[in-house]
Write a protein that binds this ligand. Sequence first.
Ligand code: GLC
Length: 536
Amino acid sequence: MKTDNWLQHSVVYQIYPRSFKDSDGNGVGDLQGIIDKLDYLHDGTLNSLGIDAIWISPFYPSPMADFGYDVSDYCDVDPLFGDLVTFDRLVAEAHRRGIKIIIDYVPNHTSDQHPWFIESCSSRDNPKRDWYIWWDAKPDGSLPNNWGAVLGGPAWTWDEKTGQYYLHQFLKEQPELNWRNRDVRNAMLDVLHFWLRRGVDGFRMDVIAFLLKDPELRDNLPNPAANPNLHPDDIYGRQLHVYNEDLDEMSEVIREIRKVLDQYDARIGIGEVWYELDRWVRYFGPNGDGLHMPFNFKLMQKPWSAASIRETVESLESALPTFGWPNYGLGNHDYPRLASRIGQAQARVAAMLLLTLRGTPTLYDGDELGLENGIITPDQVQDPQGILLGAERTRDVARTPMQWDRMPHAGFSRAEPWLPISDDYQRRNVEAESKDPASVMNLYRTLVWLRRQTPTLQKGSYRTLVQNSGDCYCYIRSHEGEDLLIALNFTHKPHEIDLNPLKEGNIILSTHMDHSGPISLSPLLLRTDEGLLIKL
Ligand code: GLC
């Protein structure tokens, strides 16, 4: 099977819809807000960011216990975000600009308010009972097993009425569907058809590896390497996840999902898959008949140093099957902001890395402005993870509203936003950064357009360049006789690198956005926190 697909030459941009743009003045972003900002993302000219596809986090009807990742109707739009007519317009308006639409598919769990779960709870012999995972208490009344929920606490909640526990590996408001039940599978595959027929180009599949659990629900093993300072309720964090996720049988479910996608023209599947590479690569399927792109979290998880990032890239390159394709991301709605993790100066180096590596880049909205973690006081915490596992674990920090201009509420909304706008919005916003030629936003824009216009950056081969400075990371992308050198300084000190036998090249772009033209490579001088893209 061929995995050559449009994702391989695309730049993906993740939109967290609550925080992107509020068009109706209720303090929460919406689909019309996304339509209003499509030109910012790609209007066909170099004035726009130039991305190719947007992945939109969930906008379905939901009680919002997990801000949309608790879905109560898979085939509609929550009134907070708009309606199906607006969604159809969004698809049409995006396609008119050449932007593909990827939506979030949340197959592992529904909301506890989903009609399926309400029926399932109604009695032990209800036909939908087996749609979820119900289990008896142990003889002493205790939980069926030791599993913990990712967002904190045990993975089981007792239902008084029917006298059994149900499984939820996130919130108790997110009961897990039983993917071993044929009717559940069919219903959930129908959800894919519903949106495919509406014209979506692909899906980002939420915690896809969780769909099947050990049929005997055996206890997980303790993780001897767990951080001893974890919150007492972080049961999940203390275990090795042997029986609750990433089972070998998953490949068969993924293949079934892929078959649905393949019934339509050029539709793709991205999976949220966060395992070590030997497990991770399996999600491409044994013959490339699985996911088009298991999302790669490594650049968010590994220490930010030249040696560790180089090792991360090299190990991915060597682990990939022939039909595989790399991808990288620097942030999303679950991780602290890039600029806060590694600092503003290095965030520019990271931008050059992301957009010059071999592999599909995914940007998280706001990272292109250098947004930092929002300041969320303990009483402002909204994210359930922050409520259950302590304010320092809140994901709200990466979900504060997009900063469009210096108007009140940063041009995000006419009303008080659902999370506070960051204090820096008067200078860090789309309008101000558009006017500053050296802004991080202009760096992103330049890099995205360079990637669009340079086949070597899109499809060229990757080769690490061995050099003498351990604080820098250099690699070469090559295609049809063109060689591009990328040299990245991971420190706040200047470095001289001997690239012998290379003698000279031409700077195409510096992350400092201040010079281009001929440069000597013997040695190459990299200034503090500088990345250079050089044509050889
Ligand atoms: C994924 C989402 C996260 C959500 C969880 C449960 O990890 O990215 O935001 O809380 O799944 O759906």
